[in-house]
Design a binder for this molecule. Structure first.
Ligand code: NAP
Length: 264
């Protein structure tokens, strides 16, 4: 993955879970990373850790549901690192887990603002910069929920479906102009999101034994690989870690390639 050295990326929702792991993995490949999220102390700590390990990183508060915040992050990335080559639209919310008639309308809409509009905000802010540079990769973190239906997850299913549609729309408009937009379903990952899912008790995902969830470092490695030219054939689609071919191409260890898939 040496080709990534010297590139610059923004990872949204980088304060914990999959986003933090993706920021660390990209940085380990020589990518300068701007970590963004609302919890400033956490992204600052992770950015310092990356810099202590010899990488390049910066942190900036950003609420992806606010376009101005996302545009400011793109401007900051260019100012600090001189470019923007990669955007990982990772920020996401699973709560409020509730059946439609029990859901809180404000919380339901906040999830849509983050999971769906947050992805639009990233695309809108990053694509013009990538067009100027003639190249760019955007990875939208998806889920099996984008094409599925689970009790209590109407906000999550529908917002991930909308984000998948944005992946397809952006690909149709910008693939021929050098920008690759791809979705990635990471399977079930051992993060705070799965703790909230388990606590809900609703639908089969909450019944999974926590031992089946992947270490975030594993899907993070696939995200990094998706940013390379080796993954150029994947554009305008969701790819899944449940696909053995994807696990193999991403260079995951043989034990993980051989493991059964799981996915939300
Ligand atoms: P997580 O541990 O709950 O982390 C979510 C991240 O999103 C945090 O860094 C959070 O940071 C950030 N975030 C939430 N609202 C935000 C906002 N308004 N603006 C900016 N950042 C915001 O969840 P995760 O499991 O790592 O999830 C990461 C992505 O993977 C999500 O898109 C999720 O849908 C997807 N995914 C996860 C699983 C799984 O099993 N865990 C499965 C499939 C897909 P702050 O709170 O600091 O803002």
């Amino acid at each position: 993955m040496g080709e990534l050295k010297g590139k610059a990326a923004i990872v949204t929702g980088a304060s914990r879970g999959l986003g933090a792991a993706a920021a660390r993995d990209l940085a380990a490949q020589g990518v300068a990373v701007l970590l963004v999220a609302r919890t400033v102390a956490d992204i600052e700590t992770i950015a310092r850790e990356i810099e202590s390990a010899g990488g390049r990183a910066a942190a900036m508060p950003c609420d992806v549901s606010k376009y101005d915040d996302v545009a400011a992050a793109v401007a900051r990335c260019r100012e600090r690192f001189g470019r923007l080559d990669i955007l990982v639209n990772n920020a996401g919310l699973i709560e409020p887990i509730a059946r439609l008639a029990d859901s809180d309308p404000d919380a339901w809409c906040t999830a849509a603002d983050v999971n769906y509009k947050g992805v639009y905000h990233g695309l809108r802010a990053a694509i013009p910069v990538m067009l100027d540079q003639g190249k760019g990769v955007i990875v939208n973190i998806s889920s099996g929920a984008a094409t599925g239906t689970l009790e209590g997850w109407s906000h999550y299913n529908s917002s991930k479906a909308a984000a998948l549609s944005l992946t397809r729309c952006a690909d149709a408009e910008y693939r021929d102009l050098g920008i690759r937009v791809v979705g990635f379903s990471p399977g079930t990952v051992a993060t705070g999101m799965q703790i909230a899912i388990k606590a809900s008790g609703l639908n089969p995902v909450s019944q999974l034994d926590p031992s089946v969830h992947r270490d975030p470092a594993v899907p993070a490695r696939v995200i990094t690989w998706l940013c390379t030219d080796d993954a150029a054939q994947y554009s305008g689609v969701d790819v899944s870690i449940g696909d053995e071919e994807i696990r193999r191409r991403a260079g995951l260890p043989e034990t993980i390639i051989a493991s059964a898939s799981g996915g939300t």
